[in-house]
Design a protein around this ligand. Structure first.
Ligand code: C2E
Ligand code: MG
Ligand code: MG
Ligand code: MG
Length: 288
């Protein structure tokens, strides 16, 4: 197996089995190099204000570019980065790149950035991220940190400190993949956050029956009751979009509204949106 994987690079990044120590070590080495050499970069997916149809912000999604145009998905390398501790330099590297890009966007356009639960056990990470934003000339008030609900529920002593530092600097907190974790409603009431991101699985299941529709409706109602924004991820068709709009869901994200795209494409996306006011309904933007 080791021999055949030399030529075909994709082989090295196929889902690896745990007992395949050699392959794993090689992947880890490649990841370490990628972090050092900066071949892991952010792509940006639009977040659209469903009331005004304007660009609310972009979510940064990590992409490992093996060679021009060939990407490894974060689902494959983020877990390894978390296990090996490489998540710290990787996150710092990504935030730096994101800030250098996002500081050129209009001021009202925000940056959503995923924070691994692992980092919430590192009490100083909040201050380090704030420092990076400051060095890169990007205001933390434009940052929305996406954390999974289960990561705060783990109740690391450090988590409150990290999130507290970031919130004090003006950053907002979004609960990512909402509905798939283990949070209870009582825990939610004791924790401060600004946005609920309804997991894609609910949106995908939406057109399949009344019951799914009602779950989404209930989450949007929960958000409005708590006074936080709701974002729906994974919007792929007009029916989903229309329904979420009718419920009063605040922000939409999904292939219908815009795919994750490289920085230059995100810039063009913004220019097109700012140049021509767009109609509210049945609009199909060009996606990268
Ligand atoms: P996430 O934060 O929930 O990000 C949304 C994922 O859904 C992204 O997958 C995005 O490409 C995908 N997506 C968006 N719209 C649609 C749609 O309409 N249809 C479908 N089928 N998919 C859609 P991606 O980029 O593969 O990222 C997967 C996960 O990896 C992310 O889930 C996030 O948890 C994690 N991740 C990505 N970048 C980073 C990062 O820089 N740091 C950390 N810690 N985690 C990251
Ligand atoms: Mg996210
Ligand atoms: Mg999400
Ligand atoms: Mg998700």
């Amino acid at each position: 197996a080791a021999k055949s994987s030399g030529r075909n690079r994709a082989v090295a990044f196929a889902p690896f089995m745990e007992q395949d120590v050699y392959k794993r070590a090689r992947l880890e080495g490649a990841l370490k190099r990628a972090v050092r050499e900066g071949t892991i970069i952010p792509h940006f997916q639009p977040l659209i204000d469903l009331r005004t149809n304007s660009v609310y912000g972009f979510e940064a999604l990590a992409r490992w570019e093996l060679q021009p145009g060939e990407f490894v998905s974060p689902g494959e390398f983020i877990p390894l980065a978390e296990e090996t501790g490489l998540i710290v330099p990787l996150t710092e590297h990504l935030l730096r790149l994101c800030c250098a890009e996002a500081r050129n966007w209009p001021k009202h356009v925000g940056l959503a950035f995923n924070l691994s639960p692992v980092l919430l056990s590192d009490a100083v990470i909040g201050l380090r991220l704030i420092r990076i934003m400051s060095e890169e000339g990007f205001s933390p008030t434009r940052l929305e940190l996406e954390i999974t609900e289960s990561s705060v529920m783990k109740d690391y002593p450090a988590a409150q400190k990290v999130l507290g530092d970031l919130m004090e600097a003006g950053a907002r907190i979004a609960l990512d993949d909402f509905g798939t974790g283990y949070s209870s409603l009582s825990q939610l009431s004791g924790f401060s956050f600004d946005t609920i991101k309804i997991d894609r699985s609910f949106v995908t299941a939406m057109n399949k029956g009344e019951r799914q529709d009602k779950v989404i409706r209930a989450i949007v109602a929960l958000g409005s009751g708590l006074g936080v924004k709701t974002t729906a991820e994974g919007i792929e068709d007009e029916e989903q979009l229309a329904y979420l709009r009718s419920l009063g869901c605040d922000i939409g994200q999904g292939y219908l509204l815009g795919r994750p795209m490289p920085a230059e494409a995100a810039r063009r996306f913004l220019q097109e949106r700012l140049g021509h006011p767009v109609p509210m309904e049945s609009e199909q933007p060009e996606t990268g």
